[in-house]
Structure formats: C-alpha cells, structure tokens
Design a protein around this ligand. Structure first.
Ligand code: S3P
Length: 425
C-alpha cells in the first residue's frame, strides 16, 4: 500500500465501534439470561473472533451489519466446545475468555495467531489458578495454546502487578462464578468498560480509588447496548488532522470514557485544537463529538497514571511528536513491549525506515521534534496500530510511503485506508 499526501483532512466521519466495548457486549450477552441486542458493534476481526469462540461454546449469535443479537441463557447454556477456540490476534478475547472458562465445568483449549501466542498469559492464569481454575499451556502455562478445566471457583482479593483491563476483566468475569466478593486492586486505573457494563447487566460492583469489588453469582439479564465509536481509532484521525495544515474534521459519536481519554489530554497539552462537543451518556458510557483543526504542536512528557489511559495511542502519539516543536518523552510504558508486537522496537525501527529518529528506551521512547521524513518502505509487522500510525506519518512525508502488511487494519478499523483517502478529497 502506497500512501502520500493528497490534501488537508476535511469533513466528518463516524469511526467504527469501540473494540473493548464490543467484545464485552457479546461476552456478557452470552452470560446473561434472555436476548441482548448490540448496535454499533465493531464487526472487525478481533471482535468476530470473540463471536466465533462463543458460537463454539453453544451460543446462538446473529450478525447483520453492525447489529448483533445474542441469545443468552445464563452460564449453564455454555457447553464444552467440540474444537480448539481460536482467538486470532485478539488479546482481549483470549484473556477475558480464560476468566470465563475458569468457571465453567468442562474442558476447552484456546489458541491464537503467531503474535498472540507470544503474548504473556501467566498474569491471568496465575490468579485464576488461585481461584480454582486449572490450566495447562505452552512453556509451563505461560503462553497459548492453553487447555482449561474449569470448576468451582473461590473469590479472590488480588493486587495486580500491572494496570491491565484485560487482566482485571478476566478476574471480574471469573468472580461472577465465585460465591462471595472478589476484589482487585490495580497500580493505576485501567479502562473500566467491564465494570460499567456488568452494572448495566445487573451485577453489584463498587469502586474506590483503583480497587474494584464484585459480588459473585449475580443474575445477569440481557439488554440493548449501543456501542460508541472507538477513541483509539479516532486517535489516528485526531493526530492526522492536527499535523496536516488546513485540516478541519468532525468525528461523531466517539466514546470519551475518562479511563480512555489520555490522548485528548495529551494532544491538548501539546497545543492541539480539539473541541469536545455535544457530550452525552450512552448505556453508562460517556460519548461526544470531537472537532479537530490543524495546529502547531509542542513536545510533551508522558508517564505514570496517564499511560493506561492512552496505551494504545502511543504509536500515533509518536507521529504527533515527530512534527511537534521540542522534545517528547514517553516513560512507564513497558507494556508496549507485549502488545500485538513490541511497539517500542517497532516505532523506533519502522519510523527510522522513513528517515525519522526515535530513541527507544526500556519503557518508552524519546523524540526530538520538527523532523523531516524522507518517505520509504516500512512494515506494520502485522500490528494494526503500527500500520495506521505509519499511514498518518506518510501524510507529512516528503515522498510517498509504502507500508508492508497494511491489511491488518481489519483487526480494528477495516475501512481505515478508504476513510483516509476520502477525508483528503
Ligand atoms: C484492552 C485492554 C488493553 C488494550 C487493549 C484492549 C481491553 O490491554 O491495550 O487494546 O479491551 O481490555 P491490557 O489490558 O493488556 O493493558
């Protein structure tokens, strides 16, 4: 795929549904009694992997465009699958399913693609084992494929070593099967979509600072859910419109849950012209329209509690930093090393192929701004967010950029390349 500057980004767009919320809508719909109807579902590879796994577990799910119907019957309806469950590229599918499978009285095996089979799973299986789940996996249970034999679970009071919504959610989902109160404390607050949606489905959940507690064995009831647009997808366009002079873009119906809006805070701190308009609440999730116009950006320092609030946006934040005035420092982001690819190495090495200088550190990167990109050929390494970040960098390159493995955008933003072209007309 060759990308080159074709003009400022103008007009309006509705970005695809939120990936995290879409996964959770079908998982909770499957665990709840009665029908759940989801509108605005992200019908992209990651969330379709979750649907396929649930179908193999005996749940009837129909998809029509972005509307999904789930016929739940409570956890009893889930049955032993006849074959291995394939989570594809999706860490959320694998880790959240491990939490559910730990509480179900049957045998199952889950696996994923080359990237997912390299990602750490022990952070999830260790506490789940303490709750009573049994796991056998590659390399002493640390990697997929993992076999699970679920059963009676005990509640847990657990302090997580990392701020990870996938880990927290896996334990909360397992906590649904345990009699008593499950409590999880994180080093920093991670995204809270599971908590919000469990509350909407009828569970009893309460939160204080970075500690969340859940009463086990609730009765969950199916309901209607509208999924807002994914701020992680919107982020690519927010950065694009900020760095391409003359841009003026309206992004409609974007989820602005405060556990996800680190990118808005940081871009605004950099001097971006982003207005949050028409704020409203949709099924317990804050939503707004985002109006962005090009601006001169300044470098910024990012670390600590902000990191989990913009973890998926760091590759595209690097693009903003390349064209900002002054230095940008990202630290405390070791988790980038275990994403779909090692995103610290990928950002440093792939942007270098376009003439950029990014200094990788153990837990982030340092970028001196006002760089001139020469263009060239870079590889997404099969990572959707790397592909899109490279695509945005191309808009400010002196010569066209060729992106290898561009099709992986199907994981979270299937129409990304078409949208980028259309917004530049
Ligand atoms: C997600 C949590 C984050 C994020 C991922 C989606 C989720 O991962 O990077 O894209 O839906 O819970 P971690 O839990 O590993 O931080």
């Amino acid at each position: 795929m060759e990308i080159k500057y074709q003009g400022p980004l103008r007009g309006e767009i509705t970005v695809p549904g939120d990936k995290s919320i879409s996964h959770r809508s079908v998982l909770l719909g499957a665990l709840a009694k009665g029908q759940t109807q989801v509108q605005g579902f992200l019908a992209a590879a990651d969330c379709l992997a979750t649907i396929n796994c649930l179908r193999q577990l005996g749940i009837t799910i129909t998809i029509e465009g972005t509307t999904v119907l789930i016929d739940g019957g409570g956890p009893e309806k889930l049955q032993e699958p006849g074959n291995i469950l394939d989570c594809g590229n999706s860490g959320t599918t694998a880790r959240l399913l491990l939490g559910i499978l730990a509480g179900l009285p049957f045998f199952s095996v889950i696996t994923g693609d080359d990237s997912l089979r390299r990602r750490p799973m022990a952070r999830v299986t260790e506490p789940l084992q303490r709750m009573g789940g049994r796991f056998w996996g590659k390399d002493d249970g640390r990697f997929l494929p993992i076999a699970v034999k679920g059963g009676r679970l005990q509640p847990i009071n657990y302090r997580t070593p990392v701020a990870s919504a996938q880990l927290k959610s896996a334990l909360l989902l397992a906590g649904l099967f345990a009699e008593g109160i499950t409590t999880i404390t994180e080093p920093h607050q991670s995204r809270d979509h599971t908590e919000r949606m469990l509350t909407a489905f009828g569970a009893e959940i309460w939160q204080k600072d970075t500690t969340v507690s859940l009463t086990g064995r609730p009765e969950l009831w199916g309901r209607n859910i509208s999924v807002p647009g994914d701020i992680s997808s919107a982020a690519f366009l927010l950065v694009a419109a900020s760095i391409v002079p003359g841009s003026d873009l309206m992004l409609r119906n974007v989820g602005v849950n405060p556990t996800r809006t680190g990118i808005l805070d940081v871009l605004q701190q950099m001097g971006a012209r982003i207005k949050v308009e028409n704020s409203r609440v949709l099924n317990g999730e804050p939503v707004a329209d985002l109006h962005v116009q090009s601006a001169d950006l300044q470098g910024v320092e990012v670390g600590g509690a902000l990191i989990p609030r913009l973890i998926d946006e760091l590759p595209v934040l690097a693009v903003a930093a390349l064209f900002a005035r002054g230095r940008t420092v990202v630290k405390d982001a070791q988790e980038l090393r275990v994403k779909e690819t090692d995103r610290i190495a990928a950002v440093a090495e792939e942007f270098a192929k376009l003439g950029a200088k990014v200094l990788p550190t153990d837990d982030g990167f340092v970028i001196e701004g006002e760089q001139i990109l020469t263009g060239g050929t870079a590889d997404s390494r099969g990572d959707h967010r790397m592909a899109m970040a490279l695509g945005i960098a191309a808009l400010r390159s002196a010569a066209p950029v060729k992106i290898k493995n561009h099709a992986c955008v199907s994981v979270s933003f299937p129409d990304f390349w078409q949208a980028l072209t259309k917004l530049q007309q």
